[in-house]
Design a protein around this ligand. Sequence first.
Ligand SMILES: Cc1cc2nc3c(=O)[nH]c(=O)nc-3n(C[C@H](O)[C@H](O)[C@H](O)COP(=O)(O)OP(=O)(O)OC[C@H]3O[C@@H](n4cnc5c(N)ncnc54)[C@H](O)[C@@H]3O)c2cc1C
Length: 306
Amino acid sequence: MEEKTSDLIIIGAGPAGLSAAIYGRRLGLSTTVFGDTPGGNLYMIESVKNYPGFHEGVPGMQLGMFMFSQAQSEEADFTMTTVDSFEKNDERFTVLDTSGNIYTAPVAVLASGSAPKRLNIQNGTLAGIHYCAMCDGPLYRGRNAFIIVVGGGDRGGHVCVFLSKIAGRVILVDKGPALTMNASLQKAVVTAENVEVLLNTEVRAFIGETELKGVLVSSPDGQHKELSADALFLSVGWIPNVSMVRFPLAASPEGFLKTDEKLMTSCAGLFAAGDVRDSDLKQILTSCADGARAATHAAEFLRLSR
Ligand SMILES: Cc1cc2nc3c(=O)[nH]c(=O)nc-3n(C[C@H](O)[C@H](O)[C@H](O)COP(=O)(O)OP(=O)(O)OC[C@H]3O[C@@H](n4cnc5c(N)ncnc54)[C@H](O)[C@@H]3O)c2cc1C
């Protein structure tokens, strides 16, 4: 078992955590980053087209690796492990990782992002139900598959466009009266020849014994119908990754962390950045900006408290 101290602990190696690491190191803080995936959720994005500097788009995986390499070149310490428990003891933050190692620091940035929400329906673990199109979509290539995507927001839009290039047919289902994704995604969805959009439609049941065979959906007129499917990709919202935090923090009703104007949480010395934070825009650019600001304010907090 290793016991290690540093100036700054960062939980999460996505855009927010890696930006915090770059800024933390450049401000002279010894920095330890915990993360299970270099680049965080960026691996789920086929092509990022709204991050400045890449006018032709950049694969999310590649952008994530660029950020990771940059943080490594600033000599942040990476422990690519999952944080099991995050505590505050005697004015220091303490991390216990899944390998049983202990790390402490006087300031910390929580940049642990969010994870896909599941539907509260039985049989949610059937084979064929997926949450990551980039990871699992290619399983259906060349099979003329019939795929259902649930969720008409920006992320559901990305998923739908990506899968339309793989599947024979895609149905995008949303329980709302209109798609909420941005205009360019909406255009791509409605002009794809093999995509059909079903609004005011809610998934009620998954059909299948061990493998998904289809879904039962309802529409507001009370009618239920079965849609057969080879696979279903869910994109119905996100829940913040905060289960490792062992002390109370102010949060929104959905659990996203409240912060002040310096991105400090309700616990002194703990800052939050990126998708885990209660904010109005959850994007790569805003996550990077959060990471930079959180590390800068963490350094200031440390200087003033010494
Ligand atoms: C399909 C899809 C398409 C998207 N498209 C775009 C787009 O085109 N443009 C755009 O700007 N944004 C897009 N986004 C949103 C963007 O990916 C997020 O806003 C961004 O990744 C958030 O960064 P983050 O660092 O806050 O969190 P994340 O990227 O979620 O990274 C957090 C990391 O922390 C890890 N973590 C969590 N708990 C622990 C723990 N206990 N121990 C260790 N590590 C932990 C997580 O596993 C994760 O790897 C898209 C997202 C998805 C899913």
